[in-house]
Design a protein. Structure first.
Length: 171
């Protein structure tokens, strides 16, 4: 990575945000921040019970992620963060926090594939029952400036490679 850059790997639960973001960070030689680890305990508890988050629940979490992005950029360090960033207003808030120097990698997949992935994972607080609410909330960012859209119907290594290729064409 030649220039300081902040990248948010986004998508609904089950899309592979953590795995892809970790792979991108390793390939780019940057820090990786797991956005889920920044959720307030109340959010995690709520989602664990199968209750969707509201915008009011998400704002403090998004602000914490925004501060992490800004902190890295202010220190002259690139960073990759995983964050669902489902709505355009959420992405715009993160862009503002990062001073506009923000690229998104949107992991896109079918409901069937996402459901299968969520059913196969263990130990995650987000139940598969919340997938439909996430899909209903998602405002597809494909076509927004600074967004790379990558299909998730491949191995993680392939998805990371496709994301890296896409990142060469934006920002």
């Amino acid at each position: 990575m030649t220039a300081t850059r902040a990248i948010v790997v986004m998508g609904v639960s089950g899309s592979g945000k953590t795995s892809v973001a970790d792979g991108l960070a390793a390939a780019l030689g940057t820090a990786f921040i797991e956005g889920d680890s920044l959720h307030p305990a109340g959010n995690v508890e709520k989602m664990s019970r199968g209750v969707p988050l509201t915008d009011e629940d998400r704002w403090p979490w998004l602000d914490t992620i925004g501060q992490a992005l800004a902190g890295s950029l202010d220190a002259g360090k690139s960073v990759v963060v995983s964050c669902s960033a489902l709505k355009k207003i959420y992405r715009d808030r993160l862009r503002q926090s990062a001073g506009g120097a923000l690229t998104f990698v949107f992991l896109k997949g079918s409901r069937d594939l996402l459901t299968a992935r969520m059913a196969a994972r263990h130990g995650h607080f987000m139940p598969a029952s919340l997938l439909d609410s996430q899909l209903a909330t998602l405002e597809d960012p494909s076509g927004e400036a600074g967004v790379v859209t990558v299909g998730i119907d491949a191995a993680v290594e392939t998805i990371v490679a496709r994301a890296l290729d896409g990142l060469k064409t934006v920002g």
